[in-house]
Design a protein around this ligand. Sequence first.
Ligand code: KG4
Ligand code: ZN
Length: 354
Amino acid sequence: MTGPLLLAIETSCDETGVALVEDGRRIHANVVASQVALHAGSGGVVPELAARAHLRWILPALDDAMTGAGATWADIDGIAVTRGPGLIGSLLVGINVARTLAWIHGKPLVGVNHLEGHVYAAWLLDRGEPEHAPPPLPLVALVVSGGHTFLVEMRAEREYRLLGETVDDAAGEAFDKVGRLLGLGYPGGPAVSKAAEGATRRDLAFPRAWLGDSYDFSFSGLKTAARRRVGAARAEEGIADDPAAPLSEAMVAELAWGFQDAVVDVLATKAMRAAMATRARALILGGGVAANGALRARLADDAAAHGLPLIVPRPGLCTDNGAMIGAAGHVRFNTAGSPESDLVARPSLPLARA
Ligand code: KG4
Ligand code: ZN
């Protein structure tokens, strides 16, 4: 592979990501400075603290990425940076660092949609990974993160048609809230998933919001059901009057399993239906919740049963990282020079409209 080498910067939420990606696919470095410990105490991302932490870690992450890749500025052909959606203070740190570096080193700069990054993570190749064909088009992508949950059809590069999206909470947000209800700490997603693995009783049915034939999602009812069930479980274990007393490990596992099973069932069913209905040649799964083992396993089974190729990046490329911005940035870098408006932070930038 001998395509352009992009420096990619991601600071939309709570991970400071700096990566070097060649030709939109090959990862030469992918440094992620996580803020999980910083926000654990409050149980969620504190925007002001996130922005300050990006400021603290972005230059060390840049140094690590350049050193790790053994690259110098002469090797870099351009810079890609997330311009939205995300937290305004966090986005501004990445954009201003990218602008400054582009000016100092005389490199072209391209603004990238974070959600497009989650889709393009499926194009990435790790260092040393044998090269294989890029995802075939047309395809359907299910993106499930802490802030977004949607299904999109991609007929050509950069052409998206929104099939459906959440009408209330994102799937990751529901995982985080239920994790908190179960006393599992932050972020809830990985913790709920781990707890669910330990469940011996696996028959607790949580409600599924199918919303008719649509490809939309709703997770707020599920969250309410989880709250009710946790209350009932606390009464059953005789700790209803003591908010500090934890539920038994077995009960937490059982509830985590039931909740996760409902989320996975709806996500997988709708994604498969969308892929079949649009005659997609592949299904892509992306976003932080795509790191979930149960969702990956369920979709792998369903896709295999229908002979549909499923492309799921390894978990570290599903959660926020710079490499995915380098992959998405490459497409834009190749097609057009970046208009100045691309480089303004857009906290509510959409990927596609219906
Ligand atoms: O894509 P991401 O890293 O950041 C956003 O753009 O939002 O997604 C973070 C979300 C969090 O809600 C987190 O709890 C969830 O992804 N998550 C998971 C897992 N790993 C991360 N949810 C379920 N199972 C997991 N293993
Ligand atoms: Zn994300």
